[in-house]
Ligand binder design. Structure first.
Ligand code: CUA
Length: 377
């Protein structure tokens, strides 16, 4: 019996090692300067791996060697200085090896270099808002008093510093490759967490606090932003993108962005305030509504293929009837869609949580989204 249990323990240790090396779940290729994160993780795997295999082997050997045999009597030994010093020493080295890399890397993560370019992330159930400083290099002041559906950052309208701030249209932030970026994080409602696996960085976003960390994107590409704190029914869909551009492409993107004070970064002030943002020039392609819906985060909760999401699917929605909470039925026509987008709490479709925030759309964007919903049949 003792030998059977020992064999099971050996099989567990060998199986764990085999799974570790054969599994497909290795780290995604790194795209930032934080190689130290990977090193710390590897060292942790190594130390815990050695302890795991060593302890299983020790118990297996002890089981076999000291198993019950007729005529043998157990004896106890009290106090073995040498053994105790060895165990204390090895455990101390192991714990220092587990703690020290994490603490030193974290200290570096929250100490940005002086040339880091700041950007702000605002988390909201279940979308992301991004803000960049304008030409003055400074973010304008904010206050919760100013927060509202049309002002998710709480921008102070009287602060001249904030007028040139870039409010990024759409769920997509661009950053230039090779330049240190300082992420400044806030949350509007509950705990969220800004996480980009390829950057090896993440940080909680806490209501009432400003948290931060920095990184240098080292590879151009498009990386998914995940929310890494369970923040409600739409948590799994709370995603957006960080696009790391070569400098020229970044400058072109930045020039198209709208500023808080009106106009776009690249314009002489003649560009339309609250411009189409993520929709941009693609409007001409006739896909304007789809792009707006993606940019404003609608598609996080509303599917176009009939799948039930946090909110009703758009497939076949137009022209149908919607049963309402508290009784009654709504005819889904243009007026119903416009009201549902601008004042989602006015009528709640039965069976869905009343969680949609009012969407901030210009008249043109509203018309485009309604047209898009009509087209999804
Ligand atoms: Cu926001 Cu999970």
């Amino acid at each position: 019996m003792a030998i059977a249990v020992a064999l099971v323990l050996v099989a567990i240790a060998v199986g764990a090692l085999a799974f570790h090396y054969a599994s497909p779940w290795w780290l995604t290729p790194i795209a930032s300067n934080w190689h130290a994160m990977d090193d710390a993780l590897l060292l942790t795997m190594l130390i815990t791996g050695v302890a795991f295999v060593g302890l299983h082997a020790f118990v297996a050997v002890a089981l076999v060697r000291y198993r019950h045999r007729a005529g043998h009597r157990a004896s106890a030994e009290h106090g073995n200085r040498r053994l105790e010093w060895w165990l204390i020493g090895i455990t101390t080295v192991g714990i220092i090896g587990l703690l020290a890399p994490g603490l030193t890397v974290y200290a570096r993560l929250i100490t940005p270099p002086p040339d880091a370019q700041v950007f702000e992330v605002m988390g909201q159930q279940w979308q992301w808002h991004y803000r960049l400083p304008g030409r003055d290099g400074k973010l304008g002041t904010t206050d919760v008093r100013f927060m509202g559906p049309t002002n998710p950052f709480g921008m102070n309208p009287d602060d001249p510093v904030g007028q040139d701030d870039v409010l990024v249209g759409g769920q997509e932030l661009h950053l230039p490759v090779g330049r240190p970026a300082l992420a400044q994080l806030r949350a509007q409602d509950v705990l969220h967490d800004f996480y980009v696996p390829q950057f090896r960085t993440r940080m909680n976003m806490v209501p009432g606090m400003v948290t931060h960390f920095w990184f240098t994107p080292e590879r151009a590409g498009r990386y998914e932003v995940l929310c890494a704190q369970l923040c409600g029914v739409g948590h799994a869909n709370m995603r957006s993108w960080v696009v790391v551009d070569e400098p020229a492409a970044y400058a072109a993107w930045l020039a198209r962005q709208a500023t808080y004070g009106g106009g776009t970064v690249g314009s002489d002030g003649s560009g339309g305030a609250g411009g189409a943002g993520g929709a941009g020039g693609a409007a001409a392609a006739g896909k304007a509504g789809q792009l707006v819906a993606q940019a404003k985060g609608c598609t996080a909760c509303h599917s176009v293929d009939g799948t039930r999401g946090v909110g009703p699917t758009w497939k076949g929605l137009y022209g149908s009837t919607a049963p309402l909470e508290g009784g009654g039925i709504a005819q889904v026509d243009d007026a119903y869609l416009q009201q549902s987008i601008a004042q989602p709490q006015a009528q709640i479709v039965r069976g869905f949580p009343p969680v949609m925030p009012p969407a901030q759309l210009t008249e043109a964007e509203m018309a485009a989204v309604v047209d898009y919903i009509k087209s999804v049949q």
